[in-house]
Design a protein around this ligand. Sequence first.
Ligand SMILES: C[S@@+](CC[C@H](N)C(=O)[O-])C[C@H]1O[C@@H](n2cnc3c(N)ncnc32)[C@H](O)[C@@H]1O
Length: 533
Amino acid sequence: MAWDHGYYSHSTYSSGFFRELAPSWLDFAALIKGHSPPRSEEGQPFHYLELGCGMGFGLCLQAALHPEGTFLGIDFNPDHISHAEGLRRRLALTNVRFLEADFVALAADPAPLGPAPAFGGGYQYVVAHGIATWVREPVQHALFAVASAALRPAGLFYCSYNTQPGWLGRTTFQKLYALERSRADPADPRAPLRRAIAGLRELLGTAEQPSALRHAIPLLEDDLAGLDPEQFDYLCGEFANDGWQPLYVADLHQRCQAHKLHPLGSATLPESFEQLLAPSLKGLIFAEVNPLIRQTMIDLATHKSFRRDVFVKGLDPLTLQDAEQRIGGLGLMPLQPPLSPGQEAEPFTFATSFGKVQGDPAVYGPIADRLAAGACTISELQDLSGQSTAELLMILSLFLDAGWIGFHRGRLANAGKLMAQAQRCNVVLMDLIAGGRPYASLLLPEVGTALSVTLVDVLIHKAIAEGLQDPMLSTCVLMGLEQMGVHLLASDKSPISDPEAQLERLGTLITDFRERRLPILQRLGALPKPKRR
Ligand SMILES: C[S@@+](CC[C@H](N)C(=O)[O-])C[C@H]1O[C@@H](n2cnc3c(N)ncnc32)[C@H](O)[C@@H]1O
């Protein structure tokens, strides 16, 4: 058997940051389920393990945001580990390490993970993002075994994965693609992808003369339209793994339970509030007491395709008083507009995996207004709104999910070190982005998360920092893009080639950066605040 156990390892993975992997986000996911989080307060030291850390970008950012934590990233792909280690060095981080290792070998001998929990070791958090349903079953079992062995009692395991029934249609494509790959000419590795997409399209028939397949899976045409052969690496990373198998939630939960990992909730926060389900579904689903059947029913009805589940090794439910106290003390902070969406036609409309949710402006409005005014605790919001804790947590989960607010890290003992480290790392990250690295996030130390940025944002910021004014500012950004071979894109993502249209578009982007993006980055500690005159 090859070292990759049939996992697609011919290209490296993308470098992303996922907010749901932050300790404060995972703590909140446990708290809203009435469970004690692994840390008793923000700022407490902790140990964090990422299984399948890829290029290490997300883990380096988590380490930079949490100097009080120690972080270990595991991946069996040496290209991933050498990239991660190089980034760690450039960011001068001392609290994160990377290890080239295979889950199967670690399941047999977990010694490289450090001392066992009984000897003062063990991790409060173990995360595995986008792995469980892309590897063969024995590797998946090894992944869960390692997570379980590494966790301290009451530690949290985050596992995101593709679920059924949301991928049922695309299993037809995956099958044809796997067969095309098995007879492929190595000189033309892209041919199987093109053939599988084109072949399946033809098998659908036409709108006028539909095939039985089109009748049975009407969404398949849209699914196929979303498969762009130009995105070769992404599509291989998704579909070219021998172990690719989206699972029904019940199967994945049972496999985790076999390793003492108990399903607790979801890091897709609104999914923890079943009252958000459509009224027509509630009768049957709420009457079902078996959790595996209930979750399966929800996924079937909502055609779920992806889950971010949180498991715990060893239950430690909070008493009602403890829960109120822990929740009440949590700090929140405004992240991005629109937090006061009063001007919108349908204010407080949220797109969730349960469908569109419409909040009552009379209830949601005052809470959003208070949050827009600055950091506050949940108990302040409780006093202000008079809502029950459950109702308030649901509203805040919708705000968090929409990216309107984040967790305020509060007054930390290491606040000075954190701020200085994050701002130093952001300078390095911006240099790397401007130099062509495909990174797209900057650290927001006040809220323990990251903000998406584009190459254009970074080039504009650099030009402003050098004191350039228009028209030099725009010319400099355009030259930067040209050097990188990157097109300036219109709002509909089409490339702009006309020089006048480019200057006009850039003018809009520069205004947006100055008036909206830059203040967010400064307010949340990503960049130094402007000096007062
Ligand atoms: C989809 S990527 C996720 C990367 C990272 N977690 C992220 O979200 O950016 C899955 C990672 O798991 C790694 N992986 C797959 N099977 C593995 C195994 N048996 N042992 C160690 N790493 C493995 C792959 O090399 C890959 O980097």
